[in-house]
Design a protein around this ligand. Structure first.
Ligand code: 5AD
Ligand code: SF4
Length: 490
């Protein structure tokens, strides 16, 4: 790749595409990128070796998307990406703090790398949500000496500058911004896949659900301009991308901070006109903000997949109130009824928290009642994890961990049966699949997703990653479908 040209292109594109849009940028970043690239070039000439990096990504799709920017910057700085088992000069951790076990995994991984760091002189870069919490930065500073660079969610774009500083004086560099009102556009990005892509449309969250750390570590809602989002999708389509997933903690608020109503529905309608894109997905939707205009857009836009991720968290109105979710059990069920009436073939998935402080057996029964009534294709279930600084952390926990584990298992069992029953209805049918490549479990067969987001493993000749194919489903389980054949249709 000609990195110099790439950087010049970013600089030019940035000037051209962002002028007059009210979007600021940080052009100095490209100078830092260039400085390190020169530094790396000298190193390569002297040693005949290219410096390497590897990424460890934890948490949600937002972090996945951030990791693509971090990889893009590193590649433009002249580093080469290697696999998880290969030695690397720079090991980046993009961290998550939504639940305690995500944090523990990060500490465990970083600790386990100490031998590799000592033997190879590798350094660890820690960034992402965990770094927005001062007590975590303190812990890393004190006990994890190989972590040499720390930055937060608001200043990902300063990474090249921080790396330059580290290379120059070999002293630990820590720079975590409390907020950043600008949206830094057009940073280098290395997309993980060609046939499908994440496109973030809104950053941050204003909802302050009482259990959730996200608003504290990702800041308030900031929407990207619709014009910039559409340009990005057009570029992706030109590059062969067929499916995009629009990302935000709450995509339904898209445009609110720009003073524009129903902008998310308008965005979905505008994407309909982009040639090459066949599928549009989005996540996540807060039930309180899911508007009629969005249901209309989902119904009318052919590219928008018939799948909706709609977290309900708890079926009990009493617990929902304590969670500050601002809807009731009945409100949620009515919303689902309305969506199903308008879009009868919609597949629904959800997030559920078990063991929120004060959850009684009746409250939990309400959660089971909702999953039985709604019939979700998939449910992501979490045991409540107290997060420092959130209102729920101060609430009295009356439920024992034994009871929580029992409830959790009951929920998994019931949902598995529901998921299996729904899957059985697909047996004998032909479904459209976007092929992701060989299956992770068995490289001799292919794997992909239906428009309803079900995983399909299938055998077919002459089919490759990125094809859209018709697959006959011969067997169905709760978590995957098994198919045969694959007529390429796109
Ligand atoms: N404990 C357990 N689960 C949580 N989630 C968010 N915060 C917590 C917490 N403190 C879950 C919610 C959310 C998903 C991304 O993570 O279900 O929708
Ligand atoms: Fe967290 Fe609630 Fe915002 Fe989702 S909507 S990120 S659960 S605060």
């Amino acid at each position: 790749m000609d990195t110099k040209n790439n950087i010049d292109r970013y600089k030019l594109k940035q000037k051209a595409s962002l002028s007059g849009m009210g979007v600021e940028n940080a052009p100095e970043n490209y100078d830092w990128i260039e400085n390190i690239r020169n530094f790396n070039m000298d190193h390569s000439l002297k040693t005949r070796k290219t410096r390497k990096f590897k990424l460890n990504v934890f948490g949600c799709q937002m972090n996945e998307r951030d990791s693509e920017t971090i990889a893009g910057m590193l590649i433009d700085m002249g580093f080469e990406e290697v696999g998880e088992h290969d030695p690397a000069d720079i090991i980046v951790f993009i961290t998550c703090c939504v639940r305690e076990n995500a944090e523990e995994r990060v500490y465990g991984h970083i600790g386990a790398l100490s031998k590799e760091c000592e033997e190879n002189g590798s350094i660890i870069v820690a960034c992402g949500c965990m770094m927005q919490q001062p007590h975590i930065v303190e812990k890393l500073k004190k006990s994890y000496h190989n972590v040499k660079i720390i930055f937060g969610t608001h200043n990902v774009h300063t990474f090249p500058k921080l790396l330059y500083q580290y290379f120059n004086n070999k002293k630990r560099v820590i720079d975590v911004w409390e907020k950043e009102d600008r949206i830094i556009e057009d940073l280098p990005v290395k997309r993980t896949e060609k046939h499908k892509a994440w496109v973030s449309i809104i950053l941050g969250c204003n909802n302050f659900c009482s259990y959730c750390i996200v608003p504290y570590v990702r800041g308030r809602e900031r929407s990207r301009s619709m014009e910039i989002v559409l340009n990005e999708i057009r570029e992706l389509a030109k590059d062969g991308c067929k499916e995009i997933t629009l990302l935000g903690q709450n995509v339904n608020s898209y445009g609110n901070d720009l003073g524009q109503k129903n902008l998310f529905a308008k965005l979905l309608n505008a994407i309909e006109d982009i040639d090459g894109i066949s599928r549009v997905r989005f996540m996540t939707s807060h039930p309180k903000d899911l508007s009629d205009s969005l249901i209309d857009a989902m119904k009318n836009c052919k590219k928008v997949c018939n799948h909706l991720h709609l977290p309900f968290q708890s079926g009990s109105t009493r617990i929902l109130e304590k969670m500050n979710r601002r809807y009731t059990k009945e409100g949620y069920l009515n919303l689902v009824d309305k969506i199903k009436r308008q879009i009868p073939d919609i597949a629904l998935s959800t997030d559920i928290i078990v063991g929120f402080p004060g959850e009684t057996d009746e409250d939990f029964e309400d959660t089971l009642d909702v999953i039985r009534k709604v019939q979700f294709d998939a449910a992501f279930t979490f045991i409540y994890s107290p997060r420092r600084g959130t209102p729920a952390e101060k609430m009295e926990q009356i439920v024992s961990s034994k009871v929580i584990s029992r409830r959790f298992q009951t929920l998994l069992d019931i949902q598995k049966d529901i998921g299996t029953d729904l899957a059985k209805k697909v047996e004998g049918k032909t479904v459209e699949v976007l092929v992701d490549g060989p299956s992770k479990q068995n490289p001799n067969i292919l794997s992909g997703r239906t428009r309803t987001n079900r995983l399909v493993n299938f055998e077919a000749e002459g089919v490759k990653k990125g094809d859209i194919v018709l697959v006959d489903i011969v067997r169905a389980g709760a978590f995957w479908l098994e198919g045969r054949g694959g007529k390429v249709i796109g």
